[in-house]
Ligand binder design. Structure first.
Ligand code: SF4
Ligand code: SF4
Length: 366
């Protein structure tokens, strides 16, 4: 059976039809607000953006959702997990600091901003064969309901598409499961090219580089995050990736997270705005490749991502994207932009029962 997906275009002509109001209305229409009881704790999962990224989701849109939850007597908190990679959201303290820099605090959200994985993970059984189990971040696992607010982007390293499934499978899990999913990646140092300059060791917060007299080597502490690759002046660090394995593991992790919530008690909101080739984990922002399209809402994360991808692929890329001229002429523009078969994560998620790629699109006019 097809899943219900609602879509509203980005443009807004004033107070009455403001985008945030339409998002709330769509969350109501898909039944999410009615599923809540007074006093329910609601995790509002966001990606608050890496330090120096400037195309992440606008904090005011998140505040608007938190306010709607408060008005209905729920107890929301805005939340995110620490990262596997070593930039500025690596530790809980860094995450809080970067989130605040980017505009996400208790004061701006009207409810607490919480580090989701600061307590012990809740371990659940995995469905599928790539992961032994799924470590769900404690604060998310303990919530009564879940709102996933996603700034949809491309993801040219591993996933192809960073949408609701990526937010669930990577963004809502603890570091152990993040590392397990990244077993799909191998990082190597070419000892013939390396001159032991130590720059990779300087950027690696996992302390995974062993510096020798003539070359560096990676230790078991390496979590395959890839941050050191760009630091190497000799091009000595390379990586290879099993995309299908990653997509399957990501879907299994997403299923583990969703298993914590009763049907109807999770909703997925994809913002198709500032759609960049790379995701908000990058410490830079490229030019958006597509015009702002709108917002997709669904209780089904698979349908939400499929509808979002279809809308992106049907749109006309912005002019002047000379660095990706191949995108405009492509039927699958996300594939052209990232080089990755992005739909595989959705296929695997569907096979695990997370939802369906078959959907009906209801339009909410601006
Ligand atoms: S050595 Fe491993 S853990 Fe450290 S930055 Fe490089 S890929 Fe990441
Ligand atoms: S940055 Fe490159 S050249 Fe320098 S130690 Fe690391 S691998 Fe070797």
């Amino acid at each position: 059976m097809a899943s219900e997906v609602l879509f509203t275009p980005f443009e807004s002509t004033g107070k009455i039809d403001a985008l945030n109001r339409r998002v709330s209305m769509m969350m109501h229409r898909v039944g999410f607000f009615d599923s809540l009881s007074a006093g329910d704790s609601v995790a509002v999962k966001v990606h608050p953006g890496e330090m120096n990224n400037i195309t992440y989701l606008r904090p005011s849109l998140v505040r608007s959702v938190a306010d709607q939850l408060l008005r209905r007597g729920a107890v929301p908190f805005v939340t995110e997990t620490t990262t596997l990679y070593c930039r500025e959201r690596f530790t809980p303290e860094e995450l809080v600091s970067t989130a605040a820099w980017n505009g996400f605090t208790g004061e701006t959200m009207g409810c607490p901003f919480v580090v989701a994985d600061s307590g012990p993970d809740v371990v659940v059984n995995a469905r599928g064969r790539r992961l032994d189990n799924v470590h769900v971040a404690a604060e998310i696992a303990g919530a009564d309901a879940l709102v996933v607010l996603t700034h949809l982007t491309g993801h040219p390293w591993t996933a192809g598409l960073a949408g609701s499934i990526k937010q669930l499978g990577m963004g809502c899990v603890g570091r152990q499961t993040k590392a397990d999913i990244h077993l799909s990646t191998s990082i190597t140092i070419d000892a013939d090219l390396c001159n032991a300059c130590g720059k990779c060791a300087d950027v690696c917060k996992s302390e995974a580089v062993l510096l020798g007299e003539e070359s560096a080597a990676l230790t078991e502490r390496c979590v395959r995050c890839g941050v050191c690759i760009g630091s190497c002046p000799k091009g000595a660090i390379s990586y290879s990736h099993d995309f299908d394995w990653f997509a399957r593991a990501l879907a299994e992790a997403a299923a583990g997270v969703l298993s914590r919530f009763e049907p109807g008690r999770a909703v997925f909101v994809n913002f198709l705005t500032d759609i960049t080739r790379c995701c908000d984990c990058e410490d830079f922002s490229g030019n958006p490749v597509f015009p702002d399209i709108g917002v997709v809402v669904s209780p089904d994360p698979v349908a939400s991502d499929q509808a979002s991808a279809d809308l992106v692929n049907a749109s006309t890329p912005l002019p002047g994207r000379a660095d990706h001229p191949e995108v405009a002429g492509s039927t699958d523009k996300i594939l052209a932009m990232t080089g990755i078969e992005w739909w595989k994560q959705l296929e695997h998620a569907e096979s695990l029962g997370l939802g369906t790629r078959d959907y009906t699109l209801g339009k909410v006019k601006s």
